[in-house]
Design a protein around this ligand. Structure first.
Ligand code: SF4
Length: 568
């Protein structure tokens, strides 16, 4: 048995996986090994982390090998040439395209989906109309609002891939880093700057962090995807507890040992699909420090996240293995200073949430102005609707379109005198500024129409459930039904009052299956965050509307009063 040195092992691993050893060891394949050179440049942090796996005898997962073989940003011209020629991408190039925001979604649709990056979910009316034009020119003529307050364009033929990405840049948008092992769209309170109860406007924070990561290549290509959210204390939940990093605005009282005023509380490790919500670290930082703190947290993750097993590669698993104290000590070491901490008693309680505030007309903190939430059934809009909505934002509001994690959007800055006009123009588009309890809390991922991981047509079944229940029950309390297609949990089924996750349900003895769902009950978020319990497995989809109705009837019969939520 030959004994290899660490250097030889690293070279052979690269050889076996088609990796250029040049970058890894600073030598030329086939040439006598050069003196060991430390990787340098923005990719060094990732290469060193991969090297540590290899020198310890571990095996990188496929995605790590692909990243190491050719950085996705260096592959753009090649990817573009292939796409221009109408070629479908191989798995490694499908992964690389995701760094640019494109996802090849065959076989469900023989095309790309593009997911954008829109910090705090807010874009200008002309950008919104511009996205609609791009979706017409290069996609399927519609868009979806996602559960990260983002937009997706679908049905993009290969030859339209690069023109679409380049068209986004033309209108001041980007999709860079929207997929693969990168930091996903930065979410923030959708009522930032217009909400009477907010403590802090999250827009500058989300924007600053968005550009911080966008312009630092070393922060692309993490062990796995990563989510960051900013909650400003407003009335609409932003679900920061489901993010790897959540910053929550808090007012710190006198006597805590730190200066009283507005601080950002740090919560870590949320990943609802793995049944974990972010936990309070006890740390607070100044709003101006969020970028530096998040940067240090990320670098600890980049250096120590699992690069062998994709299922264990999220930051949660480093936190689980190390505990919060060790992780935070490593963050402080990176920062070169201790972080501030505050006991919970010295943080003022957060203002209340309103689970209907993302729908309908609400007074802004600015006198005489309103925000108006528009219901988009499970996030879908046609491009014609988008252009007309952009016109309304321009002519009747402040020109902003504010996407929410509830798969809808708000107009902001609408004067009292224009409210009725907005409502009428929205209704004329076949949309609504009001919603039933079911409609307001209905969330669904892409599902089998466009996602190869889906076990069911989530959006279609979600709408069928809402229609069925609305025709039979009158609910005066908010109800969240989250319908997700697979364990990736894009619709966060574990935090819904009722969550459904796609399942193939066997029928008969010959191996046939039909679409169905496992059903989870009792999840919660915002002021009542909790993971729901799986109560039924493998319910046929056609039976789910009646099953959800029966769950809600049981709740109505058993509750002590309207103030008791479904999750209780
Ligand atoms: Fe696709 Fe699964 Fe995400 Fe739904 S949850 S969009 S099925 S990956």
């Amino acid at each position: 048995m030959t004994d290899f040195s660490a250097e030889q092992k690293r070279y052979l691993e690269g050889f076996a996986t088609g990796v250029s050893a040049v970058r890894a060891v600073g030598g030329v394949p086939g040439a006598a090994p050069a003196a060991k050179a430390e990787p340098t440049g923005p990719d060094a942090i990732h290469i060193k982390a991969q090297d540590r796996v290899l020198t310890s005898g571990g095996k990188l997962n496929d995605q790590e090998k692909w990243k190491r073989a050719e950085h996705p940003f260096d592959a753009y011209r090649r990817l573009k040439a292939d796409a221009d020629a109408g070629k479908a991408p191989k798995p490694d190039d499908n992964f690389r395209w995701r760094y640019h925001g494109l996802f090849w979604v065959a076989p469900n649709q023989i095309s790309y989906m593009c997911r954008l990056k829109i910090p705090n979910g807010i874009l200008k009316h002309w950008q919104f109309a511009g996205v609609a034009d791009l979706a017409d020119a290069h996609g399927g003529g519609y868009c979806h609002v996602t559960t990260r307050a983002n937009l997706q364009i679908r049905e993009i033929a290969p030859e339209h891939a690069a023109p679409l990405l380049e068209g986004l840049v033309d209108i001041g948008l980007t999709a860079k880093g929207a997929g693969a092992d990168n930091i996903r769209n930065i979410t923030g309170s959708p009522t930032a700057g217009i909400d009477a109860q907010e403590i802090l406007d999250t827009r500058p924070l989300a924007r600053s962090w968005h550009f911080h990561i966008l312009n630092d290549r070393s922060l692309f290509g993490l062990p796995r995807k990563f989510n960051v959210a900013f909650d400003g204390g407003g009335i609409v939940p932003v679900l920061e507890e489901t993010n790897d990093i959540g910053f929550q605005a808090v007012r710190v009282r006198d006597g805590s040992g730190i200066e009283p005023g507005v601080w950002m509380r740090l919560v870590l490790g949320g990943i609802s699909g793995h049944k974990d919500l972010a936990r309070d670290t006890g740390i607070v930082c100044r709003p101006s420090e969020c970028d530096a703190v998040a940067d240090a947290i990320l670098r600890v993750f980049i250096e120590n996240g699992d690069r062998t097993n994709r299922n264990k590669a999220r930051m949660k698993y480093v936190l689980d293995a190390w505990g919060f104290d060790k992780y935070l000590a490593a963050v402080e070491e990176k920062l070169g200073r201790k972080l501030d901490r505050v006991a919970p008693d010295f943080a003022e309680p957060r203002g209340p949430f309103d689970r209907f505030a993302h729908i309908g007309v609400h007074r802004q903190v600015q006198p005489g102005l309103n925000w108006i939430g528009v219901l988009l059934p499970v996030g879908r809009m046609t491009t014609d609707q988008m252009r007309a909505l952009a016109e309304i934002a321009c002519e009747c509001g402040d020109g902003d379109i504010r996407l929410t994690v509830w798969q809808n959007f708000l107009f902001s800055g609408v004067p009292d005198a224009k409210v009725a006009e907005v409502e009428a123009r929205v209704a004329a588009l076949g949309l609504s500024t009001s919603a039933t309890s079911m409609q307001a809390g209905l969330v669904a991922c892409t599902g089998a129409t466009g996602c190869r991981f889906a076990a069911a047509h989530t959006k279609e079944w979600a709408l069928a459930i809402a229609e069925h229940v609305d025709a039979r029950l009158k609910l005066e309390v908010p109800v969240n039904v989250h319908v997700t297609g697979c364990h990736n949990s894009c619709a966060q089924h574990y935090i819904g009052d009722i969550g459904l996750i796609g399942a193939k349900v066997p029928v008969g003895d010959d191996g046939d299956t039909v679409e169905g769902f496992d059903i989870v009950v009792g999840g919660g978020f915002a002021d009542d965050p909790k993971i729901g319990r799986e109560l039924w497995l493998g319910v046929k989809a056609e039976e789910c509307p009646a099953r959800v109705e029966s769950i809600l009837r049981a709740y109505l019969a058993g509750r002590s009063g309207p103030e008791e939520s479904v999750a209780q």
